[in-house]
Design a protein around this ligand. Structure first.
Ligand SMILES: Nc1ncnc2c1ncn2[C@@H]1O[C@H](COP(=O)(O)OP(=O)(O)OP(=O)(O)O)[C@@H](O)[C@H]1O
Length: 660
């Protein structure tokens, strides 16, 4: 191939601009990214070589070498991994392959501060080299290809204006890739051994391959006057000895004993695999022995990625078999509702050539998934337990809290704000752990604004004679809190949980009770406050129902296309009417959500409940506007719960007719 000039994909040009302009305070991550790519390339070679050992050629010891040349102002990262063919260099180094990153780049806001925080989630990868380099040369030969089919790729990252790179054929004996960074003037520090070693220690210690640098030794300067030992010397310097030394620990962090890993090292490993700049909220690291043997190192992030709600999104756990990297995003290792967890599983029992399909069926994998799920739930339970500092008991005594526990305060709330809605999917997905999940749920309530009430808290505060956990679902907190259906509960001082996540309706279908107490939607079925209502109230309600019978029949007739039934209720105090659905019916809110999502929802005809005490209801009887008032009553009840009248124009017309 003769030299060709090509253009970057539009998104690459944008990403490059962002990388070079906004990651300035995080310059050194470029080395982490490039070493990580080199290590991935070695993993890929090892994986392909399982079925084709010839790919190792005569060079089976995989490693990464980092060299620098002060005079040429270059820093070079070389690996003997899988390498790139000419076409792969064009495809992989001129485009953004990952669809998530590509989407992200096309949505950039232009606010560099905000963008640079977000970009951490995606990993800037290879292009991060341009943070410190004004030109990058990549020379590579793919394993298995002849030496004269190697490739050279050169780019200034678009500084010359064209956003272009050049590719040409070269001859290269060595398999694998060299990334040569031509350092910018303000990045000359990175051509110094101590600086580079420091960064490798910080970010890449756990990389399981040796990372090697040329050994340097101190050499005194020449004597100024060779005949006079004390006459002084030229300044000394570090000089290269020609030998190589391994500068990282070169063993996988998860394979080490817990006691040998510092909290910082755990955090750094997380940052490496997640591309997150922030530390995780918690981790768990265990060697599991038994019928199936594996090591798990799992993390709970502090921040949700932008595509959290995409259930198709890749999982966050990497699979290794006996230290050999097998695949990223092994979704079989955790249930979908725990897709936010990041980490590594290293199995002793799985075969090295395991495929995704095989994973789905393997009994070992099933055991690993159950083990992982249990561990993650335990981690969450621990965070939940220490979320708040203990309050003084009735005797004025407060438990002493260790520093370690103090550091956990607030973490569960943070977790829940980011991932609570996803956790709820587990109620419908993981029946075996439903009870544990139910204990981890948190809600706002009619008496507590923050999303912090657990079902156990609620139960402990239940009124004497209260037999159910009451909740309401709505589109948002304000609609839930001001819903007419809450009126009688407020009057009686009964707490009601407010559920405003989209997933709540669906998830609650799977949670019929908590710890023996039934869950009861206040918008479903007739209100039955059981023992909470006194005899006088019950009697008054029955009398009202009797007295209203003729009026109800007329209302039912007028609204026969809209309402399934019309009845008198005691649940309202200030409002004239509200809508409820039958006990087993789909709630109007869920039906609305399905329709919004373009799905077919069954036609739900709600029950209209009227407040016999309300002036508007009293006025109905004998009114010449009976028909209009009946429709207005129904449509207003719909509006009050966040819905829209089926025919808004007709509603407006009716109201106006009464106003003038
Ligand atoms: N040292 C290397 N050897 C072989 N291929 C490489 C090397 N470095 C990069 N590549 C190729 O270039 C592609 C793009 O690299 P880049 O770092 O931008 O993204 P990535 O590694 O896929 O994603 P991320 O860094 O976010 O995990 C890689 O997927 C890989 O195919």
């Amino acid at each position: 191939m003769t030299k060709q000039t090509m253009n970057f994909q539009a998104e690459v040009a944008q990403l490059l601009h962002l990388v070079t302009h906004s990651l300035y305070s995080n310059k050194e991550i470029f080395l982490r990214e490039l070493i990580s790519n080199a290590s991935d390339a070695c993993d890929k070679l090892r994986f392909e070589a399982i079925n084709n050992s010839g790919l190792y050629e005569n060079d089976p010891e995989l490693k990464v070498k980092v060299t620098f040349d002060k005079d040429a102002k270059t820093l070079t990262i070389t690996d003997n991994g899988i390498g790139l063919s000419q076409q792969e260099a064009i495809d992989n180094l001129g485009t953004i392959a990952k669809s998530g990153t590509k989407d992200f780049v096309s949505k950039l806001s232009g606010d560099q501060k905000a963008d640079s925080q977000l970009i951490g989630q995606f990993g800037v990868g290879f292009y991060s080299g341009f943070i410190v380099a004004d030109k990058i040369t990549v020379e590579s030969r793919r394993a298995g290809l002849p030496a004269d089919q190697a490739v050279r790729w050169v780019s200034d990252g678009g500084a010359s204006g064209g956003g272009a790179f050049e590719v040409e054929s070269i001859t290269r004996e060595a398999r694998g890739t060299s990334v040569i960074l031509h350092l910018r003037d303000d990045a000359q520090d990175y051509a110094q051994a101590w600086k580079v070693k420091g960064i490798i220690n910080k970010y890449s210690d756990h990389i399981s391959l040796p990372i090697q640098m040329e050994k340097e030794e101190w050499k005194d300067g020449e004597l100024i006057n060779p005949s006079d030992e004390n006459g002084g010397r030229q300044p000394g310097a570090m000089v290269k000895t020609g030998e190589w030394e391994t500068v990282n620990k070169a063993n996988a962090i998860w394979a080490r004993a817990k006691k040998d890993i510092s909290p910082e090292q755990y955090d750094d490993f997380y940052k490496q695999i997640s591309h997150d700049f922030e530390a995780p909220l918690a981790h768990t690291h265990n060697r599991v022995e038994g019928s199936t043997e594996y090591t798990q190192l799992l993390y709970i992030p502090g921040k949700a990625p932008m595509d959290l709600y995409n259930r198709e999104k890749s999982a966050g756990v990497k699979l290794y078999v006996k230290r050999v990297f097998i695949m990223d995003d092994a979704e079989a290792l955790l249930p979908t509702y725990l897709r936010f967890v990041k980490g590594v599983v290293d199995s002793v029992d799985l075969p090295l050539n395991v495929s995704r399909e095989l994973l789905q069926e393997s009994r070992d994998v099933k055991a690993i998934r159950e083990g992982n799920t249990k561990r993650v739930l335990s981690m969450l339970e621990t965070l939940a337990k220490h979320d708040k500092l203990p309050e003084a008991g009735a005797d004025g005594v407060t438990d002493v809290v260790s520093e370690e526990d103090k550091a956990q305060v607030g973490k569960y709330s943070k977790f829940y704000a980011e991932f609570g809605a996803v956790l709820k999917e587990g109620l419908g997905e993981d029946f075996a752990n439903k009870e544990r999940l139910a204990k981890l749920l948190r809600f706002a309530s009619s008496t507590t604004d923050s999303v912090s009430v657990s079902l156990a808290d609620y139960k402990a505060r239940m009124k004497e004679g209260q037999e159910a956990i009451y909740y309401i679902t709505a589109d948002n907190a304000a609609a839930a809190k001001n819903s007419p259906q809450l009126e009688v509960f407020k009057k009686k001082g009964i707490e009601v949980l407010l559920m405003t996540d989209r997933v709540d309706e669906w998830a609650l279908n799977y949670l019929h009770d908590f710890d023996g107490t039934p869950m009861q939607s206040v918008a479903k079925g007739a209100v039955d406050l059981g023992k909470l209502q006194d005899e006088a109230e019950k009697k008054a309600a029955e009398e009202a129902a009797e007295a209203f019978k003729p009026l109800l029949a007329k209302l039912k007739e007028a609204l026969k296309d809209k309402a399934q039934d019309v009845r008198v209720t005691t649940r309202l105090v200030d409002s004239p009417a509200c809508l409820v659905v039958q006990d087993d019916g789909m709630s109007t809110q869920l039906a609305r959500m399905l329709k919004q999502a373009g799905q077919v929802a069954p036609e739900v005809k709600p029950v209209l409940e009227v407040n016999a005490e309300h002036a508007l209801v009293k006025k109905l009887d004998g009114s010449v506007h009976f028909n209009d008032l009946a429709h207005i009553l129904f449509d207003q009840a719909l509006l009050a719960e966040g819905g829209l009248p089926a025919d808004p124009a007709a509603y407006v017309k009716r109201v106006n007719a009464l106003l003038v």
